[in-house]
Design a binder for this molecule. Sequence first.
Ligand SMILES: [Zn+2]
Length: 279
Amino acid sequence: MSPPENSGAGNAVDGPAVIPGVPPARPPDDASIAALAELLRQSERIVAFTGAGISTESGVPDFRTPGSPWMQHRPIDFADFLASAEARAEAWRRKFVMDDIYAGAQPSRGHLALKALADRGKLKALITQNIDGLHAASGIPAHQIMELHGNGTYAHCLSCSEPYALATVRHSFEMTGEAPMCACGGFIKSATVSFGQAVPPLVLKRALSESKDCDLFVVIGSSLVVRPASALPQIAHESGATLAILNREPTPLDKLARLNLRADIGALLEPAVRLAFSG
Ligand SMILES: [Zn+2]
């Protein structure tokens, strides 16, 4: 059997990628699109909160969510990374395997729809659990993006913060088979937040503040099972914002939401944003 033609990264704007193990999403109906468009039109201070579901169309597998078919191994905890040279080498081996899987991934229709919201001055902040850098790649200014789980497109030293290009780290790793060390003696790690590692306090503080000060909080492609993701929409709701949840699966906060839409993110968000600004 030959692989599906649309299975790789880089097919973003052509339609949903076929992700092994993930059922195809349902197409949205016109009423869902219209309801979302109306909320977007009425709102002036929108916070978007994105998870893996916005990037599956870009060919980026959902490899962090518990239960994801991509999560075949127990994740390497931050404590293990610090304690063991073997764990550090294994972390880098997995990192480069994943990088090869989604090399060349491009922003999806969902990413581009959020960029259109930002261009209209409606998107106040974008909080993301994703580490793929695709919101920045869509052109949304960096100061509007809060990456709760860091960024997988570069590395840094855990001791002195010296940044390292991934190509440099990979070259060293492939030559020696060992996790590289910084000149200062510190461990070099991908700039992502590992399981067991705290979300950067300043990022979290700002995400909380933005969540308290929006009129619409839209969850996009997150199942809201990983903290602090699960707390932010609730805080926005308690602060008076309207909550909308766009996700393939039910979430624990669905009961708080004005709108719960279950459909493919790109197929929903792109026409909703277009409709919100038409006429
Ligand atoms: Zn260092």
